[in-house]
Design a protein around this ligand. Structure first.
Ligand code: HGY
Ligand code: MN
Ligand code: MN
Length: 416
């Protein structure tokens, strides 16, 4: 496939302006975003994305998981499209770029090709996957997971948020449940532009991460049952303190992850304490342990040790313990042809680059099961993400979107 000329570039100001306009929807309290999936804010962000795509001449598709597809026609309507996208939903204290850069980077490609009157053999489809974050509804990457046949749609519809509202009901309530069968679409290839969400690219002074692999993820929800009792009048030997049990288990989680240094990581970000009253010993805690590693055998070892150590601690303290696997995927190796298109684009455009393993999970990790897939990453300041202070430079956004443009256009094959 002929590579595009090095002068083919996106419009960086237009991309940046779109990022800043989208960031106005579902603002956080500290400069970032709280546009959680299937909220009214999510609906508003979707509507803005749809408006922009229609203005760019795209035809819009929507599947039964709310995944959005904005199609720019190719010269060969029978050719499978090249998809390019990510997610618009954010963490409760999320940044302006996580996911959004990939969705609006896809739109910017379509806008740029329109400006230049460039035609491609394969159609190009800008994409927004529902509920990548997995915060309001576990697991993460839920809708790309249904699209790739990992989860059934019925199971996904039954997921409940902390208030007991189901995914299916909320998707319908915000009016973004489509008719298309989820996963019926076939892809020629899929590309996702994403901020690194880690410190490597900035530390190595590289503009572009050529993502060859994605590390695997494991989410185990742990429930500990003790006994609510008075924090003042209950003698220490009589306490069944589920909160203390959790603290001891989380110490073990840290120890287990460190035992597989330097690549493994482990922590708990979700913790519910009941009754969560200042003068009641917690009788119940529910928390989710997030383990990750590029090596599947390391993930399996960490999961096993969590269960063994958790049972020992619970037994010693007279607590009941149960475990539920609530999310996870194996380490991912992306498609070599697509990865090479990313790498050669960075070289052609003169952007510093390095191969990278993605530390975070992404929709691309599931789509990689059903189509040749690769990712482009750009640095973020101090490697910070899932924090309202998440920041990138205009130059990094431009470099990432330029490389994405070249990889997509090369794969979609310019004609005429
Ligand atoms: O959890 C993840 O890695 C992604 O940010 N959802
Ligand atoms: Mn993301
Ligand atoms: Mn995220």
């Amino acid at each position: 496939m002929a590579a595009p000329g090095e002068n083919l570039k996106i419009n960086p100001d237009r991309l940046w302006d779109s990022l800043m306009e989208m960031a106005q929807i579902g603002p956080g309290v500290a400069g970032g975003n709280n546009r959680q999936t299937l909220t009214d804010e999510d609906a508003a962000g979707r509507a803005l994305f749809q408006k922009w795509c229609e203005e760019a001449g795209c035809s819009l598709g929507l599947d039964q998981m709310g995944n959005m597809f904005a199609r720019r026609e190719g010269e060969d309507p029978e050719a499978l499209p090249v998809y390019v996208g990510s997610h618009l939903d954010t963490q409760p204290t999320g940044g302006k770029y996580d996911g959004v850069l990939g969705v609006l980077g896809g739109l910017e490609i379509i806008r740029t090709l329109n400006d230049l009157g460039i035609k491609t053999k394969h159609p190009i489809v800008a994409t927004n996957f529902t509920n990548e974050e997995g915060t309001r509804y576990a697991p993460a990457m839920l809708s790309s997971g249904v699209f790739a046949g990992i989860h059934t749609q019925d199971w996904a519809y039954e997921r409940q948020d902390a208030e007991g509202k189901s995914f299916g009901d909320e998707l319908k309530r915000i009016g973004w449940r489509g008719e298309e069968e989820t996963g019926a679409r076939k892809m020629h290839a899929f590309f996702e532009l994403h901020i690194e969400q880690g410190p490597i690219l900035e530390a190595e002074n590289k503009d572009i991460g050529v993502v060859t692999h994605g590390q695997g993820l494991s989410w185990t929800q742990v429930t500990l049952i003790g006994k609510d009792s008075h924090t003042g009048s209950t003698p220490m030997p009589m306490r069944r303190n589920a909160g203390l049990g959790m603290a001891r288990i989380l110490e073990k989680v840290d120890e287990i992850a460190w035992s597989h240094a330097p690549h493994a990581v482990g922590a708990a970000g979700h913790i519910d304490v009941y009754p969560n009253s200042r003068n009641v010993i917690p009788g119940k805690v529910v928390f989710t342990v997030d383990f990750r590693s590029p090596d599947l055998s390391v993930i399996e070892d960490m999961e096993q040790r969590l269960r063994l150590d958790g049972q020992t601690i619970a037994q010693e303290m007279g607590l009941e313990i149960s475990f539920e696997k609530v999310g996870g995927f194996d380490p991912v190796a992306f498609d070599e042809t697509c990865v090479s298109a990313v790498r050669s684009a960075a070289e052609r455009l003169g952007y510093s680059h390095m191969d990278l393993i993605s530390g975070a999970g992404h929709d691309a990790c599931w789509i990689n099961r059903v189509a040749p897939t690769a990712m482009v990453m750009c640095p973020c300041v101090d490697g910070l993400s899932h924090n309202e202070a998440e920041e990138i430079s205009r130059e990094w956004a431009k470099a990432g979107a330029d490389v994405l443009l070249h990889a997509v256009v090369e794969t979609a094959e310019v004609v005429g």
